[in-house]
Write a protein that binds this ligand. Structure first.
Ligand code: GLU
Length: 305
């Protein structure tokens, strides 16, 4: 039987060797204020056991990890129709690139690059009259924590520096692939990125996927098994910017990263794991986070492969 607490304790005790080598995201000024030596790990098993170490209960800006939650809400509501407006191929371009959109006539490559996530949020706005509240309700229900909020300072800072995301949205609107007002859309998008959650919150939330679409907090099915499988496929092929192939190679779990330095991943039928370390590598993924997850799946000798 695996002693998960011992595994994560050992990994965090070795973490000094991979701190101080990356760079905190500063293109959203409020994100740059976090201290670089934060480090947390939380593991939740589908059988209810939980393990954590370090800064696992300190909330941070989950940024692009939110794209999994909004995608889940929209896929759960409209199913396969979403894939007429967003692809599901790795992009091979930076997460905020405009170039590919021109070639592909306003249909973003996948729901985890910014353009794709903006289309997903646009559909979510069409589904919910109060989208920011709906996102909060969803995330709180799967994380089992009614105290999850938006970090409004981060949301405002991001909104003030959202020219590129606005450009992506207007560009897609010119192809008919955005249905709502762009100012309102980017406001909702900036808020979802500014969701403030801890590693413990994220691991509980990602148990939804490990639990094959059933919310482990209340046993209510949110996604079909097939939808969950498909979300997992997109996470494993597109969840880590231009490092998704290497993440599959080194770690072997579906998951999603964000420029706040968080990573949430899961093993179907077994567990969810989240790590937070704000310094990013050249691809925008948490440098220590990837090292930790690689050591974790190596130590427990399990992955999806
Ligand atoms: N809010 C960020 C942006 O749109 C998300 C970046 C990320 O975590 O990938 O630029």
């Amino acid at each position: 039987m695996i002693d998960y607490q011992a595994v994560i304790n050992r990994i965090i005790s070795e973490a000094n060797s991979f701190l101080g080598k990356g760079k905190i995201a500063d293109y959203i000024p409020a994100l740059a204020e976090v201290s670089s030596d934060r480090l947390g790990i939380a593991v939740n098993l589908v059988d209810g056991r939980t393990f954590k170490t370090g800064d696992a209960d300190i909330p941070f800006s989950i940024q692009s990890i939110s794209k999994v939650f909004t995608l889940s809400m929209v896929v759960g509501a409209i199913g396969e129709d979403l894939w007429n407006s967003v692809g599901r191929e790795p992009s091979g371009n930076p997460f905020n690139s405009l170039v590919q959109l021109e070639h592909e006539k306003g249909i973003p490559r996948n729901p985890f690059i910014n353009a794709g996530a903006i289309v997903v949020t646009d559909r979510l706005i069409s589904l919910y009259p109060r989208p920011k509240e709906a996102i909060l309700d969803f995330v709180r229900s799967i994380a089992g924590n009614a105290d999850i909020y938006y970090d409004t300072r981060v949301a405002i800072s991001e909104r003030e520096n959202a020219d590129r995301n606005m450009a992506l949205a207007y560009f897609m609107k010119s192809f008919g692939n955005i249905h709502n007002d762009v100012e309102m859309l980017i406001d909702v998008y900036c808020h979802q990125c500014a969701l403030s959650m801890s590693c413990s919150d994220l691991s509980r939330a990602f148990l939804l996927y490990a639990n094959r679409g059933v919310n482990p907090q209340n046993n209510v099915r949110i996604l079909t098994e097939s939808q969950t499988k498909r979300l997992g496929a997109v996470m494993s092929t597109c969840g880590f910017y231009d490092e998704s192939g290497d993440f599959a190679y080194r770690v072997g779990l579906p998951g999603k990263s964000g420029v706040g330095g968080g990573i949430a991943a899961y093993m179907p039928g077994k567990l969810a794991i989240s790590v937070w370390s704000p310094e990013l590598n050249n691809f925008g993924n948490s440098l220590a986070g990837i090292e930790i997850l690689e050591r974790f799946t190596t130590d427990i000798q399990r992955s999806i492969f």
